[in-house]
Design a binder for this molecule. Structure first.
Ligand code: ZN
Length: 155
């Protein structure tokens, strides 16, 4: 199991035989790869973590004032604008959105769970629907802010 024993013994928690947290590249840091093939819709794992009141690195938002701190698994999921997994923070489940071959990095869309990101960033996921600059779902892109500023200045 990737989680410490204190999290309990749920057999659906991510297992070390199924997943590994591995270095990706200099830009992305670590990511999670799967050692197993999953089909679209499959449950990959039930996730867990300490509930904390603030956003940190490796937290996932549960509600407006609850964040799950998981520095063992979920906190290392990479971002893509065309993700292959989806995280349900109410049910604490991670599901496959597409078929995922063994040896593949897992990608979620950070805006799926986060109102505000720990840190906004430029995305180079390369998907056709790439948003370019990644923010939380309730944040405004700085480009939009600048455009509104320009409009305000010319009036
Ligand atoms: Zn992208």
């Amino acid at each position: 199991m990737l989680y410490p024993q204190t999290f309990g013994n749920n057999p659906l928690f991510p297992q070390a035989c199924d997943f590994a947290v591995v270095p990706k590249d200099n830009n992305s840091g670590f990511g999670v790869i799967t050692h197993r093939h999953f089909k679209a819709g499959d449950l990959l794992a039930v996730v867990s973590g300490e509930i904390v009141p603030d956003i940190r690195q490796h937290t996932l938002q549960v509600s407006s004032n609850e964040h799950m701190y998981d520095p063992y698994f979920t906190g290392y999921l990479l971002h893509s604008c065309e993700p292959n997994v989806s995280l349900d923070m109410k049910k604490k489940t991670l599901r496959a959105l597409t078929d995922i071959p063994a040896g593949t990095y897992l990608y979620m869309d950070y805006a799926e769970t986060e109102d505000t990101l720990f840190k906004q960033f430029g995305c180079c996921c390369g998907s056709a629907s790439c948003r370019g600059w990644i923010t939380g779902r309730k944040e405004t892109s700085p480009h939009v802010v600048m455009e509104q500023h320009d409009v305000a200045r010319t009036h």
